[in-house]
Write a protein that binds this ligand. Structure first.
Ligand code: GRF
Length: 187
């Protein structure tokens, strides 16, 4: 099986990156992680790229034309698929149109509910019954592309923001790899 070369974009902890790297090392997993992009020099997650000897780049999104550097590296590493895993920047229209239906994101809510930031505090405030995560294609609107997969759980009375985050991330570690398998099984 020829694996697609994938790039993971991160900004922080990188636990989803770590999880995807571990899955990608299994023979029949459809992608090989060939590049990591971080917009944050101090992102903890970059250590997973180092640990697994995966090329990584830092980008300074304050610089004009910073995206040229990303595009060059995506080309250099022959990247055909992109996963946003806790990437806290908006991806440009240019990149989205170049990688049409080839960029996916994981979001910590049951979309279309709670797009954007601070999902857990908003869920608690709204007295939601269920929480969870969604993997979706990235389009030009924030957290609005076609949904690939959702996983949910019932919120318990004692669940605070930290507990919700932990439970959601545990589901994310299943949902992200499953989505990737689902996408490539279709093609
Ligand atoms: C995840 O919870 C994801 O839903 C959100 O950002 C978080 C990233 O966590 N988009 P990590 O950096 O993968 O640990």
């Amino acid at each position: 099986m020829v694996k697609k070369k994938a790039c993971i974009f991160i900004s922080g902890k990188g636990s989803n990156l770590n999880n995807l790297i571990r899955h990608s090392r299994v023979n029949n997993f459809p992608i090989k992680i060939s590049l990591v992009v971080s917009n944050n020099k101090n992102a903890y997650g970059v250590r997973y790229a180092k640990m697994f000897k995966i090329p990584y780049i830092f980008i300074n999104t304050k610089r004009k034309n910073y995206e040229n550097g990303i595009l060059l590296n995506l080309k250099k590493h022959k990247i055909s698929f992109i996963c946003l895993a806790g990437y806290m920047k908006i991806v440009s229209k240019n990149l989205i149109s170049r990688y049409k239906q080839k960029i996916i994101n994981i979001h910590p809510s049951l979309l279309p509910k709670f797009k954007g930031l601070n999902t857990f505090s908003r869920m608690l405030k709204e007295k939601e019954i269920k929480a969870g995560c969604t993997v979706h294609y990235v389009n030009k609107e924030l957290d609005s592309g076609n949904i690939i997969l959702k996983k949910s759980f019932f919120i318990k009375p004692n669940d605070d923001e930290n507990i919700l985050k932990k439970k959601t991330q545990d589901l994310e570690y299943k949902a992200f790899p499953e989505s990737i398998i689902k996408i490539f099984r279709k093609n």
